[in-house]
Design a protein around this ligand. Structure first.
Ligand code: F0G
Length: 388
């Protein structure tokens, strides 16, 4: 209640569109066989090209289902970067998360358009080292949340898919920011500027064995989703759904949110929707840089990120610079940001801190919530804090 601008997250805080709100009024609360589910499955088929849809109550619930069905003790799961809940679920299932990012990934002042790329050579090496039967799947996160909401290129996705399928390994796509990922490909990758977001989404999904997402982000609802054309994967995951989530046609979501998700998936293909947060973030980052504040570049998907190690060079990492910065930002502005650094990492088995790769304060820009003057206010306060 003491927060002036809540920039903690874009998760579940995006404002729904008028059509999403309207759709909620006509939801069908049948326990089994809800009509709302079939609208969702139709939207997934039309927009993303997948035959099988599994609803879940949010993104991490989808991760739990994947972990139960696909990750065995002793497995490894290579990925472009981890997310906190992802890593927790795959490790609880006995797997080990391997992050195989490129040399650009951790540079917070980079100009590389695709810092979220997976390193293809390292991926080949990991498969050779552990053996394909030990690799549960290759995971591509769109966009890499913890290192600044950075996308990967279509080319990188295609190459990762080629390597994975040459060894019979599924490619799993975390599409929590799938529409922003498509938007960045359109803006930044040669050959895509004339394509529609819908075409780019379809092309991305043609390289994917299984998609899951937190519907709280790209689709602006409180829910989650798994989708695939692989009947074998669907058959392995589905039995866990009634155990953890609910019946196959609602999966722990309210049917109102199922309706809104169906609309949200169709609206993702609108260039203005896909680019809404990304353009705010770009403006936010450019203004921070003009004021001399060490914002992370290039601007990413969900938030403006500030590099706390450069903002507060006198604070050692063991004293949580990103946490300290988030607290100082709040005191200077009433803006709630989020620590994305060592505080957010798991402790080791003895309970000791594990230093994070980066120390970032994240200022999220949920869709259809803030105006440019809110952003300008936040920039003004951050600039003052930096000067002092
Ligand atoms: N994957 C990614 C890439 C995410 O960013 C998130 C959530 C999840 C999975 C889990 O989804 O929250 O619906 O269970 N990210 C939120 C955030 C919490 O603030 O960035 P969920």
């Amino acid at each position: 209640k003491d927060i002036f601008l809540d920039m903690l997250t874009d998760s579940g805080t995006n404002a729904m569109s008028d059509n999403q709100l309207a759709a909620m009024m006509v939801s069908d609360d049948a326990y089994a066989g809800s009509e709302s589910f079939y609208k969702l499955a139709d939207a997934v088929r039309d927009v993303l090209g997948f035959q099988y849809t599994i609803p879940a109550h949010q993104g991490r619930a989808a991760e739990n289902l994947l972990a139960k069905a696909l990750v065995k003790p002793g497995d490894v799961v290579p990925m472009n970067y981890h997310f906190t809940t992802t890593k927790a679920h795959f490790e609880l299932a006995g797997g080990k998360v391997l992050e195989i990012y490129t040399d650009e990934a951790l540079k917070t002042d980079s100009t590389h358009p695709f810092r979220g790329n997976i390193d293809i050579q390292k991926l080949k090496d990991v498969i050779a080292e552990y053996g394909a039967d030990k690799v549960s799947f290759v995971r591509m996160e769109a966009t890499t949340n913890l290192i600044g909401g950075q996308p990967f290129s279509m080319r990188n996705l295609r190459e990762a898919k080629e390597v994975a399928s040459a060894h019979g390994i599924p490619l799993v796509f975390d599409g929590s920011l799938i529409s922003e990922q498509a938007y960045f490909i359109r803006q930044r990758e040669e050959g895509y500027s004339d394509k529609t977001i819908g075409e780019i989404l379809k092309e991305m999904m043609s390289h994917v064995d299984l998609l899951y997402l937190s519907g709280r982000k790209s689709t602006a609802v409180r829910g989650g989703l798994i989708a695939t054309n692989r009947k074998d994967l669907y058959d392995r995951i589905l039995p866990w759904l009634p155990v953890y989530e609910g019946f196959a046609t609602y999966g722990g979501m309210s049917t109102k949110e199922v309706e809104a998700m169906a609309v949200g998936i169709r609206e993702m293909t609108d260039l203005n929707v896909a680019g809404a947060a990304a353009e705010f973030v770009r403006y936010f980052v450019e203004k921070l840089l003009e004021a001399g504040v060490p914002a992370v570049t290039p601007p990413g998907g969900l938030a403006a990120h500030v590099d706390a190690m450069r903002f507060l060079p006198h604070i050692p990492q063991a004293e949580y610079p990103a946490g300290a910065l988030a607290a100082a930002i709040y005191l200077a502005s009433g803006v709630r940001s989020m620590e994305r650094g060592t505080m957010s990492m798991d402790r080791d088995e003895q309970g000791n801190d594990v230093m994070s790769d980066l120390e970032l304060a994240r200022l999220a820009v949920p869709r259809r919530v803030y105006t440019m003057s809110h952003i300008e206010y936040a920039v003004d306060r951050l600039a003052r804090l930096y000067e002092h």
